[in-house]
Design a protein around this ligand. Structure first.
Ligand SMILES: Nc1ncnc2c1ncn2[C@@H]1O[C@H](COP(=O)(O)OP(=O)(O)OP(=O)(O)O)[C@@H](O)[C@H]1O
Ligand SMILES: [Mg+2]
Length: 234
């Protein structure tokens, strides 16, 4: 039986400084919310997570509901590892999918098809918020949305992939850590990214809010951005 004392199978994130906060990485086969306001670094966090998997010889799926594939690759080109990511994409190790699912069922079918096709071990959905925008305005009642999102996450979990779901935190509501208020309860862990303006200067932070089977470092840390990507510092 795995325990939180070190025998749990961990997935290193590749984000310098992050794994120290969570006993070495994400729990293999679990689901995580990467939550933050616009421009807080959610996509870059997830790209670096995918890059680490690729560097370890894994195959990975990045499902983007916001960007076309070319836009995704162009965004990465500003980083030192941008060219390496493009090569992984061209070699078929990185699957980038650009889609506009019309329902949770549709989203699930697309996700499963691509994960299954390459036996992906790392999966990113960018973002759950965009996916859910259509459902929210539909006639579905909130209870049904919750149970369907829960079912979607369990289905992704059943593939064995370690999955990150990006989630937008609405502006101006600093206490919230998700869009709908239930996502944080149905995942195994939550990472919150924040962009705070202190006078003229901006200050980016990262915080692990929960992680099952893990003793977490609960403090708020600074997130540094550079051409190497992001890194967690004190
Ligand atoms: N090469 C770079 N060097 C330093 N900082 C960068 C670089 N590229 C991007 N950034 C910073 O990263 C931020 C965007 O990060 P990212 O796209 O991951 O955010 P996000 O949370 O996904 O945003 P959104 O909600 O718009 O999708 C930019 O606002 C920019 O300040
Ligand atoms: Mg983004």
């Amino acid at each position: 039986m795995p325990s939180s004392t070190g025998q749990t199978d961990r997935v290193p994130t590749g984000i310098p400084g992050f794994d120290n906060l969570v006993e070495g990485g994400f729990v293999r086969g679990s689901t995580y919310l990467i939550a933050g306001q616009a421009g807080s670094g959610k996509s870059i966090f997830c790209m670096q997570y995918i890059l680490e998997g690729l560097n370890r010889g894994e195959t990975c799926v990045y499902l983007s509901l916001e960007q076309k594939i070319e836009e995704f690759l162009r965004d990465m080109s500003g980083f030192e590892w941008g060219a390496a990511m493009r090569k992984y994409y061209e070699d078929g190790k990185l699957i980038v999918v650009s889609a506009e699912p019309t329902s949770i069922k549709d989203l699930q079918d697309i996700s499963l098809a691509y994960i299954g096709r390459v036996q992906a071990t790392r999966f990113v959905l960018d973002s759950l918020t965009v996916a859910a925008l259509g459902w929210k305005t539909s006639s579905m009642d909130p209870g049904k949305v919750r149970s369907e999102v829960f079912s979607y996450m369990r289905t992704i979990e059943s593939t064995g992939a370690t999955a990150l779901f990006i989630c937008e935190i609405p502006e101006g509501d600093a206490k919230k850590i998700s869009m709908f208020g239930f996502e944080e309860f149905i995942v195994d862990g939550v990472v919150v990214l924040r962009y705070m303006t202190l006078g003229q200067a901006g200050n980016r932070t990262i915080e692990v809010r929960k992680m099952r089977r893990t003793k977490i470092d609960e403090s708020i840390h600074t997130l540094e951005f550079s051409p190497k990507g992001i890194r967690v510092s004190d």
